[in-house]
Ligand binder design. Sequence first.
Ligand code: SAM
Length: 179
Amino acid sequence: MAEDEKRARWEACYAQAETLAPEPLPFLTAHADWLPASGRALDLACGRGGNALFLARRGLDTWAWDYAESAVAGLRQRADGLLLQVECRDVTAPPPEPESFDVIVVAHFLHRPLFPALAAALRPGGLLFYETWAGAYAGRGPQNPGYRLKLGELAGAFPGLILLELQEDVDRAAGVWRW
Ligand SMILES: C[S@@+](CC[C@H](N)C(=O)[O-])C[C@H]1O[C@@H](n2cnc3c(N)ncnc32)[C@H](O)[C@@H]1O
């Protein structure tokens, strides 16, 4: 599917979606004690921005990037009074700049060519949280296997970083790394 078509699908999907407050990943909130008290954070391919809101509410200077305006429109309103910058943009072109964030969160988005840029975008001591669908489709997430991690794949995705914790279930994988 062409990238323009994918983007249009996401726009349509969010335009129809309910507008309940978005929630952060349980994997992220479970490790909240590891987050720095200050610094720059990025929620990459943020969707409705539950992770971005969580990071900004903890006092991090947070960016939320997604190319679907209908996804981030509600987040712009929720960002009032927070250190939260919402940008409607393609996260792959350009990717985040080297050594630009202390925390990066990627949830339910998979673009393998971006892995090296994500690792490089961490500042010294920074944390990368990555969670997405994995293994064979079992009723949740995308059915296309190209949009799912292979089981075991996430463990080796960021060889230059220190893997602090990895969780793999039957249909999802999540990890957190330090620079
Ligand atoms: C499954 S949603 C996940 C959203 C959010 N991270 C979450 O976990 O709720 C995938 C998101 O990736 C965004 N996306 C896909 N490709 C993108 C790209 N190249 N640049 C920016 N956003 C992209 C879509 O618009 C969509 O919001």
